[in-house]
Design a protein around this ligand. Structure first.
Ligand SMILES: NC(=O)c1ccc[n+]([C@@H]2O[C@H](COP(=O)([O-])OP(=O)(O)OC[C@H]3O[C@@H](n4cnc5c(N)ncnc54)[C@H](O)[C@@H]3O)[C@@H](O)[C@H]2O)c1
Length: 286
């Protein structure tokens, strides 16, 4: 026997004049970033910029740091969107290897804002070279940017969080390549650098827990950013092969990491630290 129910009165969400719906008392307030100041390194483009946009939508004020002199063209639109939402997106051109400048920029942001609440450390580089050919110089550069750069950015932000005493959250972008070796993608130093990021996060979480600073990582699978699009031009077979290597049979888009950034930066993850969020379509579970 089948029963049919006629729905006559579907309740709809009440209309609000406030464009920032998240963070209202009745709407998952633990996901709100309203009033928080967050730094995003590598925020000029790609994953960093996409996650910055999500943080803005959740109410944060965001400072994007990147070595590029100018951010990607879409940065301006996101800046305008932030304004419409009643918050702000700023840009500072800086190389994360310049520790002195990094500390002074982060400190002056904290001074201007009177607080510091968190970081997404997304700045990173990639190099495809076989292990027998890798030069010491290139290997040092890889670790300088991907490990020391992430470490020093986290340290600069943690110092300011500790100064204001409100606690905070740090998210480092690692990779599934920190846990497994990608088939047919020869990146020994990159993969080792991402493994280092995973362990670094656990150490910082252990040291900074007493300051109520949480430290976690996100390990994405393949993301179609401009970096990866360029690889597909050079190696078109990868566009066919890579999707077959995970359980969902496709590659990811930067937008699919928006929720993870907001979750990890907000109180929604308040008891989570020293942990890795692996988001790889099941690639490493196979
Ligand atoms: N694209 C992928 O498939 C993928 C997968 C897993 C992890 N990741 C990681 O995600 C992060 C973002 O990568 P993406 O794919 O958006 O690449 P991307 O090259 O578009 O973004 C990286 C950003 O970091 C910046 N950067 C590099 N070196 C820097 C330095 N020394 N100082 C300051 N900024 C610097 C670049 O200018 C760039 O804007 C990286 O850490 C990357 O390793 C990417």
């Amino acid at each position: 026997m089948s029963v049919s129910i006629e729905v006559t009165d579907v309740p709809t969400a009440p209309k609000s004049d406030n464009p920032l719906l998240m963070g209202q008392k009745s709407r998952m307030p633990e996901f709100s970033l309203a009033g928080k100041v967050i730094i995003v390194s590598g925020g000029a483009r790609g994953l960093g910029l996409t996650q910055a946009e999500a943080l803005l939508e959740a109410g944060a004020k965001v400072y994007a740091l990147d070595r590029l002199s100018e951010p990607a063209p879409e940065f301006e639109q996101i800046q305008q969107k932030a304004k419409d939402l009643g918050t702000e997106l700023h840009y500072r051109s800086i190389d994360v290897r310049d520790t002195e400048l990094l500390n002074s920029v982060v400190e002056s942001i904290a001074n201007d804002e009177g607080r510091m609440d968190g970081l997404v450390a997304a700045a990173g580089i990639q190099q495809e070279t076989s292990a027998l050919e890798y030069s010491a110089k290139d290997s040092n550069t890889m670790f300088e940017v991907n490990v020391t750069g992430v470490f020093m950015t986290s340290q600069a932000v943690a110092k300011q969080i500790i100064r204001f005493g409100n606690g905070g959250s740090i998210v480092m972008i690692a990779s599934m390549s920190g846990t497994v070796v990608n088939r047919g993608l020869i990146c020994p130093a990159y993969n080792a650098s991402k493994a280092a990021v995973l362990q670094l996060a656990r150490n910082l979480a252990a040291e900074w827990g007493t300051y109520n600073i949480r430290v976690n990582t996100i390990s994405p699978g393949y993301i179609v950013t401009s970096m990866v699009e360029k690889l597909f031009v050079e190696f078109p077979e990868r566009r066919e092969q890579w999707p077959k290597e995970n359980m969902l049979g496709r590659l990811s888009r930067p937008e699919e990491y928006r929720g993870a950034a907001v979750f990890l930066l907000s109180d929604a993850s308040s008891f989570m630290t020293g942990s890795d969020l692996r988001m790889d379509g099941g690639h490493t579970a196979w």
